[in-house]
Design a binder for this molecule. Structure first.
Ligand code: GAR
Length: 195
């Protein structure tokens, strides 16, 4: 069984969608670890409710980003993790980390990349008054919110939308497509490993 580690910083609706997909067999993977950098994040409760092991770290207790990443990589390698799935993890990785899992890190972003990169993509799209935004799932490279796109889905901005109603529709879309995208990603990795 493919082992994945899911990295999260917040509410964890995408993490929950992945757990549900594993539970009902749509995602053929084991969530071996949830990595989190925020001690009060609700996503920790979700991991606890589903008995998923957690690696919680305080970025400020390390002398550098790379030092914390070395510990994370060692932990992931120790568990035999095949792929990393970012689900609302709001930290940027060093080249060391990206190189350690080259081509094996997936991210979900709440816009139609390359439009609206960054940490406030939904708000930025709403304020720009675009008629259409969406969700992108992409493989992670060093450049932030870039990398080969695996899946994209458009979300219309409706007349009368508030930022909240738009956020809700984007999150619904994310929660629906991320398990499918992760399944497709790990299937691709398996094919690559065989050839
Ligand atoms: C999601 O909308 C995800 O796309 C976004 O954080 C949210 C996490 O929600 N990620 C980024 O903006 C990364 N650049 P969740 O904690 O409910 O899954």
């Amino acid at each position: 069984m493919t082992k994945i580690a899911v990295f999260c910083s917040g509410f964890g609706s995408n993490f929950q969608a992945l757990i549900n997909a594993v539970d009902d067999g749509r995602l053929k993977a084991e969530i071996a670890l949830m990595v989190c950098d925020k001690p009060y994040a609700y996503v920790l409760t979700r991991a606890k409710n589903h008995n998923i092991p957690v690696f919680l770290f305080d970025p400020n207790s390390f002398s550098s980003r790379e030092e914390s990443e070395r510990l994370i990589v060692k932990t992931l390698e120790g568990l035999g993790v095949d792929a990393i799935v970012l689900a609302g993890f709001m930290r940027i990785f060093t080249p060391y980390f990206i190189g350690s899992f080259k081509g094996r890190i997936l991210n979900i972003h709440p816009s139609l990349l390359p439009a609206f990169k960054g940490a406030h993509a939904i708000r930025d799209a709403f304020e720009a008054k675009v008629k259409e935004t969406g969700v992108t799932v992409h493989s992670v490279v060093q450049e932030v919110d870039a990398g080969p796109i695996l899946m994209q889905e458009k979300v219309s901005v409706l007349a009368g939308d508030t930022l909240e109603s738009l956020e809700n529709r984007i999150h619904e879309t994310e929660n629906r497509i991320y398990p499918k995208a992760v399944q497709s990603f790990i299937s691709q990795l398996k094919t690559q490993q065989k050839s």
